[in-house]
Design a protein around this ligand. Sequence first.
Ligand code: SAM
Length: 217
Amino acid sequence: MASNNDTYADDRRRMVEQQLVRRGITSPRVLKAMESIPRELFMDPAFRSEAYADHAAPIACGQTISQPYIVALMTEALDLTGDERVLEVGTGSGYQAAILSRLARQVVSIERHQELSRQAQHALNLLGCDNVTLVVGDGSKGYRPNAPYDRIIITAAADHLPVPLVEQLAEGGRVVAPLGSEDQQVLQVMEKHGDQLEQQFLTPCRFVPLIEEGADG
Ligand code: SAM
């Protein structure tokens, strides 16, 4: 992606080195994807100059684009080899979906705000991410037409893993999600073995809430 008119290429390289490598992200595939996707394309224009700052930023509809480190950490935890079908719940800006598109075979991403999905589609089109399908709806119900999924990533906070997502996860598949209360969650990795979910805790985090259909918001 870096070219003569890629004004953010140096910022992106610095972000990878200082925010990701120094904090322990080691996967060469993840680092390469993070260095190749222009995060500025997914920012609200008012915050574009902060595209490579070390924090989450506001996007339309009162939502956020996640901190680059959290995107990299969740992506690394998915352990993608390139052949997976991935479901993302919470398209938001589309940035995480763009990173996933470089690392998996197929990505389905669900967002409840139509406007966000429309803007994300525009940015993904600019990058030629043609293995991403965006869906508007309640992601806590998953998306059965493309199930089962080898990996599921939830980028909004819930106090439990919605049952339809567990059902739509393939045997041996993996979920990465922030689970906990509205104020504080823990990023967790869960692997499905029969009717068991093996759990591993990554780090405390704070995400906007997962709004299930019928709830306010
Ligand atoms: N992955 C996003 C990115 O790369 O910009 C960041 C996602 S933002 C932290 C969380 C998103 O989840 C918001 O856009 C919000 O509207 C969405 N969301 C919340 N509840 C949802 C639900 N039930 N179904 C689908 N999307 C939901």
